[in-house]
Ligand binder design. Structure first.
Ligand SMILES: C[S@@+](CC[C@H](N)C(=O)[O-])C[C@H]1O[C@@H](n2cnc3c(N)ncnc32)[C@H](O)[C@@H]1O
Length: 293
């Protein structure tokens, strides 16, 4: 389906989807009530309903070099799924067909919230035998990933601009993924915002369904409170086991100084801007791994 960039939200708007009229008026009313457009979802009848998202839609434009790379390479490197009426959505009937996209059968790694794509690009270069999908909702980030892939001549990565928290439930076939990565997701540190956290029991259920037996979900954060949260989500998820249960305990852990449950640093993850920033203010970076049983 072709799309156009939404002038209001900065996201993708299916061609022909209403931009003005009743829905816009409803949106304006919600915005007037202090709800930003990124916290509203348009129903098929044009009304808007309040939703909780793990991101805030920012209207930033990509760096011109990245925009140029997007223009030139998106046809090849970006997978544009059919959408519902919502930007960043995926039609629930859509299934990602890795063999058709990559032209081969290979282990598939999906990064949720890939940022500027440093981790996925490094892994793709080191593992030409593995295919990758970089999922990102922030268009300047997605454009930077495309630019990075084109520059490095990497053909084993595709970029998708979708809200993974919603798309994971339907987009991937059960048992089709070797690994899922969620590195340094936005921490949403205030208690009233915890419901926005990307890592949640609902996402864990979707991830475990898509992982092949023995497949792993790798997570990392520099926020202590989010690290306990990630560990708890992984350990509570039926179908996932924590291979590092009890390891690397911490005296500040509210679940107990002996509890632990943290993995060694994933040595294939390059030091990204977000990890460097956390280390720069003396935060401890913790990794969590969930393995599909
Ligand atoms: C703090 S950044 C970390 C980026 C990268 N993982 C790294 O370590 O450099 C978190 C990223 O997750 C993206 N994100 C947040 N919610 C998302 C969602 N529901 N689906 C896909 N990406 C999301 C944000 O746009 C942002 O780029």
């Amino acid at each position: 389906m072709s799309t156009a960039r939404d002038a209001v939200g900065g996201g993708l708007r299916p061609e022909g989807a209403p931009r003005k009229g009743a829905a816009a008026a409803a949106g304006a009313a919600l915005e007037h009530a202090g709800v930003s457009r990124s916290d509203a979802e348009r129903l098929p009848d044009g009304r808007l309903k309040r939703v909780t998202r793990s991101y805030v839609v920012r209207g930033e434009r990509p760096d011109p070099r990245h925009a140029q790379a997007w223009e030139k390479h998106a046809d090849r490197l970006v997978v544009e799924p059919p959408r519902t009426t919502e930007p960043l959505s995926v039609d629930p009937a859509f299934r990602f067909d890795a063999e058709a996209v990559f032209g081969r059968r290979a282990p598939l790694v999906v990064e949720i919230g890939a940022g500027s794509g440093d981790a996925v690009a490094a892994h793709a270069a080191a593992h030409p035998e593995t295919d990758h999908i970089a999922i990102e909702v922030w268009h300047p980030g997605a454009a930077q990933i495309v630019s990075q892939l084109a520059h490095a001549g990497l053909e084993n990565v595709r970029v998708m601009e979708v809200d993974a928290a919603r798309a994971f439930a339907t987009m991937f076939q059960p048992g089709s993924l070797a690994e899922v990565w969620t590195f340094f997701p936005d921490p949403w540190p205030k208690a009233k915002h915890h419901k926005r956290r990307l890592v949640s029991p609902a996402l864990a259920d979707d991830v475990v369904r898509t992982l092949q037996p023995g497949g792993v979900w790798r997570l990392a954060t520099d926020w202590a409170d989010y690290a306990w949260w990630m560990r708890d989500v992984v350990e509570a998820c039926e179908g996932l086991e924590n291979p590092y249960a009890g390891e690397r305990p911490s005296p500040e852990d509210p679940a107990g100084a002996d509890r632990g449950g943290f993995a060694p640093r994933f040595d294939e993850r390059p030091l990204t801007r977000f990890e460097r920033k956390g280390l720069g203010v003396d935060r401890t970076v913790r990794d969590v791994v969930g393995r599909r049983v």
